[in-house]
Design a protein around this ligand. Structure first.
Ligand code: ACO
Length: 323
């Protein structure tokens, strides 16, 4: 049976940076409050839209790994902040990078989006018809933030990252996964409401992101913990068999609680939330690229990594991947 192997990686962060001190100039907040409760020091903020960040990440990967865009069979973009409702971000990227043999779809599972997208790409590859799939996670969450709301605006950053998955038969790739959706908790994180405003009804929309922070925190420590354990148990692994845990970068306190409950050596848990904040679906590919670039991870090394993410929906998912 075919499996899917990671053969390329990249990321792109917009150049403009907002520090915590920048926020304290226009909001009643401080570096001390933000850093001590979230681990965030700064975030990148984009002047351009999501498809541009995703295209930049894609082009960096193609150039770095010397990939002809015509070999791509599919492009899957995980995002909850698309430029348009129609066309999809993936269609825009496909056109921009001239990957004319690739079909393109978007996946919206908020901050869990990249895990859901990797899982989807893996299934396309396992069905046998697809060889090379570019999986991108990218967001411009800043366009959905109310910069007068200190409880949400300080938490997020913009950015994109990409992974190239390739068909293989060497038993590497995703060896276990568990994806979950808890729609009864959909009101924990809400963003971009569009009202029905037509000839029959006049309903206002509301673009901004709102979040029940405490409820999200509790959801993660209960539901995500079980999700991780079940993903490991599916393939008779324990946390000791994992070389690196790569968690969604939403809050350093959440990451520390998860690591403690998993009894995981802290040196196996990489974080970059201080530099990029919560980049939602961009979070995992951006941190993976950093880990490959600093030699924590090596392509083809047979290292086992655990990716875990959670977000709006509420959704969560974990993957064990052998590199
Ligand atoms: N600066 C200063 N004070 C603040 C700030 C801020 N930036 N934000 C909130 N406060 C204040 C509140 O107004 C409140 O003041 P009050 O007591 O006078 O009303 C006080 O701090 C405490 O607020 P809480 O919301 O209870 O603060 P908490 O300690 O829970 O921390 C936080 C908030 C950081 C959001 C935390 O709940 C958390 O991290 N939750 C998880 C959020 C998360 O992971 N979100 C990402 C989800 S992924 C996705 O899909 C989007």
């Amino acid at each position: 049976m075919y499996t899917s192997k990671i053969v390329g990686h990249s990321s792109y962060l917009p150049e403009n940076i907002l520090t915590n001190d920048d926020f304290s100039k226009f909001l009643d907040t401080s570096d001390e409050w933000i850093y001590s409760r979230t681990g965030i020091k700064q975030r990148h903020v984009s002047k351009v839209n999501t498809s541009v960040l995703c295209t930049n990440a894609a082009n960096i990967l193609l150039e770095k790994f010397n990939i002809d865009p015509l070999i791509l069979d599919a492009i899957i973009v995980a995002t909850s902040t698309p430029d348009y409702t129609i066309p999809s971000v993936s269609a825009l990227v496909q056109g921009n990078i001239k990957a004319s043999n690739a079909m393109a779809i978007d996946i919206n599972s908020a901050c869990s989006g990249f895990v859901f997208a990797l899982s989807t790409a893996d299934k396309y590859i396992k069905c046998g018809n697809y060889k090379n799939i570019l999986v991108i996670g990218g967001e411009v969450t800043s366009k959905q933030l109310d910069y007068t709301d200190r409880t949400t605006s300080v938490l997020f950053g913009d950015g994109a990252g990409a992974i190239l998955l390739q068909r293989t038969d060497d038993n590497t790739g995703i060896i276990s996964e568990k994806l979950e959706t808890h729609g009864d908790k959909h009101d924990f994180i809400v963003s971009g409401f569009t009202g029905v405003n037509n000839t029959l009804n006049k309903e206002d929309g509301y673009p901004y992101l709102s979040m029940k922070g405490r409820d999200v925190f509790n959801f993660v420590t209960r539901v995500v913990m079980k999700n991780i354990i079940s993903t490991l148990e599916n393939v008779n692994l324990t946390i000791d068999d994992i070389d690196f845990v790569v968690p969604h970068q939403a809050n350093i306190r959440i990451i520390e609680v998860l690591a403690r409950k998993l009894k995981c050596d802290p040196s196996k848990v990489f974080t970059n939330i201080d530099k990029v904040a919560n980049t939602s679906a961009g979070s995992l590919p951006i941190i993976l690229d950093e880990m490959f670039n600093n030699d924590s991870l090596t392509l083809g090394s047979k290292q086992n990594i655990l990716l875990t993410a959670f977000g709006g929906g509420m959704s969560c998912g974990s993957l064990v991947i052998t590199l």
